[in-house]
Each structure stands twice: as C-alpha cells, then as structure tokens.
Design a binder for this molecule. Structure first.
Ligand code: SF4
Ligand code: SF4
Length: 135
C-alpha cells in the first residue's frame, strides 16, 4: 500500500478493533466480529456505538513513534495503551508468524520502547497471553 504519513493516518478500511478485543458493553467475545461491524467498511450503528468504542483509538492512529509497519491493515495486530501496560492484540489469522522474523523484531522494538517509558508490553494471541521482552 502507499506510504501513509502520520498526519494522514485514518482507519480507512480497517475494522480490526471491531473484531479482536472483547467488549463488555456489547457482550462481544474476543476475535469475533461485532454484530454491528461491516468488515472493510465500518460500524452500522456508529451514532449509537457504546462509550468503549467512542473512546478507543489504537496507538497507530495516535502515536507518531509507531511507524507505518504498525498499520493494523498491514500487520494484523492492534496496539493500545492501558496505563503503564501497552497491549498488542494479534489477529488469529496471523497464526504463529508474530513469533518470527520481522514481526518478532517489531514486537521487541515495541517492548523496548514501552520499557524505556516505564511500562511493559503484553501480547494476546488467541488463548496465549505473553509478556514480550526487548531481548
Ligand atoms: S484498529 Fe486502529 S486503525 Fe483499525 S479501525 Fe481500530 S482504531 Fe482504526
Ligand atoms: S459497535 Fe460499532 S464501533 Fe463498536 S465494535 Fe461494534 S461495529 Fe465496532
């Protein structure tokens, strides 16, 4: 895809945060599409979406320190912050690829960045929950 500058980042066709997280207000489990989601388009109930959805923006949208490799449409992962914890949700369609090569390097770099800020990085991939270390 064309390079996207930070200033022009937008969700575009991405609807990954309507699938990967569990959302209590919607009684939605993790890794299934919200009933209101039109994949590749957006939210059917946008004006009435719950507070959790209104408040959520992934770090790729808000943090210029994340480069374009972290575009959720390209990397099949979402990054967001919860206080000191930085969370990565991995799309199950990525399988175990996040443990190898370029993905593993990206995650270690992100863990390094998180720990340099006094935080830590937790990854959720299917049933697996793991703290990612920078080494
Ligand atoms: S994961 Fe990020 S880019 Fe994708 S729809 Fe959600 S907020 Fe937008
Ligand atoms: S209510 Fe809308 S914004 Fe919220 S998860 Fe469902 S489709 Fe996404």
């Amino acid at each position: 895809m064309p390079e996207v500058s930070f200033q022009t980042r937008s969700c575009a066709r991405c609807t990954l945060c309507c699938r990967l997280p569990d959302i209590d207000e919607l009684d939605k489990p993790a890794n299934v599409n919200c009933v209101h989601c039109v994949e590749g388009f957006g939210c059917r109930t946008y004006e009435k979406r719950p507070q959790t959805c209104r408040q959520f923006q992934c770090d790729w949208l808000t943090d210029p320190a994340l480069d374009d490799a972290w575009n959720p449409l390209d990397c099949y992962m979402i990054v967001y912050r919860q206080g000191a914890q930085r969370t990565v949700l991995v799309d199950p369609s990525l399988g175990k690829a996040w443990q190898q090569g370029h993905y593993a390097s990206m995650l270690k770099d992100l863990a390094r960045q998180s720990e340099a800020e006094g935080g830590y990085l937790i990854l959720f991939a299917g049933d697996e929950v793991r703290r990612i270390r920078p080494i």
